[in-house]
Write a protein of this length. Sequence first.
Lengths: 201, 311
Amino acid sequence: MDALETFIVESAIDSETAFYRQIIEDNLSSLKLGPAIGRIKVVLRPEDSLFQMAIILRDIGSKVTTLDMADVEARTGASHEVVISIKKERYIPELLKKLWDRHGKANIRQPDRWTVAVDSDNPQEEAEFIEKMIVADPRRTLHEDLVDFAIRATPEGFRVRYHLFKGKRFVFVASEEAMKKEWIEEAGAMLDELLTGGKTK
Amino acid sequence: MTSIFLPYLYTGGVHKHGLILELLEDLGGYIIQKVVTGTEVNLIMLIPEKDVHLVKELSKELLGVLLEAPLTGVEIAVVSPTLASHHLPHSACDVAEYLRHPGANTNMIGLARGMGRRVSLSMDYERKLINEHDIAVFTFGSFSDCIINKKPKLFEGIEIPIVVTGGPELKTEDVPGADIYVGGIGRVSHRLRKKEETDALDNLNEGVAKVVDRVRKQLAKDQLAVLPARVMKEIEDQIPEINRVLSPAPITMQLNGLRVKLPYDEYHERFENLEFDEGVVLSELANISRSKMKNYILIKIKSKSDVGFAI
């Protein structure tokens, strides 16, 4: 599936559709969600105070451990420390945050861009732990971003919300009135339509 | 004898701009705002109508630009349904910023519960705060159904002229309660800089200028007991503390009054006793009250028919 291979916005009035398409594009790009989304369909019914959105995601990366992004080596010579040699720079902020929480900032040095050294009394054991530590979970951040995106894109007054995130499917319904079951079903139907309607590999 | 003043904006170098200030003083004009940014200076001023050419000549000599600034001395409330990221910084801030180009002072007001269709409402405090301004610009969204049928309830209790912006192109008469409706500025999540967007903002400025013109004409029928610009000058001369206020536009001019950014409790008596050359004090000519904005002082000047004379 390509990124954004289907992008549908529907509303009764054409000009309003264009405005909303722009809002959704802007929010997608500001949250950098474009590459993660395969197909998206949004239906607006302002007269019913209703906003429905169905999204099919592209492949989501699995959890990243330290070993996926770096080599870990325990040193027990003159200094007792664990040396982490970074291979993928992208996850450094997350890695450092985890290390700071565990060891405190004072025990962590960054002699250069590609190296992080952690002072430890028992480097061997610590290295084993750090190797298996989960640094980032793209799925979790994606979930947060998707919900954030949905809330940003929805008209602000629509505070009654329903959302479902399962596998690669994301459904969001928002309204100002009490949620109706058929609205959620309609959004589910939109999702099915996306699943079958779009191009497949 | 009262002379007619015209609002102008001078933009030029800081070098020798004092000559403009001196000339304006000699002519009896007023400086409304002076903003120095680096080596540039912006002067918003009121020039007596018959002497405009003198200032024009001097500004040409100083290689500056003199532009008409029709919204000078107007305080505008830019009201957005809430302060959530749905409305800010775009488009509400863009609207406010654009209105400042022709000389207006703008305040942004986000209602506490202005969002939604059925649930939107405004509070008494908010309505009073909006009514302290000259004009209210309401920035609405992209759905014509909301703008026509639902949002106008936010106008209840607003006594000042109302300008409405929104996405769809609607007629002003379709939006109940609006004095002017400007389309093409709906809910957006990017900065308004495309041609059609800036065109819409230009339309907004024109619309607001028309409304201001109408208000000025109404005021001219029963003129104010004293010009707000004159009160401003007297405040600067008699209450020097105003020069130490760090807020932008410490004295904000309005069409029929002023907002002074000094605490009410400490200063209101001095304002009430502000004396004019003619021997009258300000409290005879104006109502001085506590502003709903922070603890500022709001001066609303009475009309000639109320006071019995004008100075």
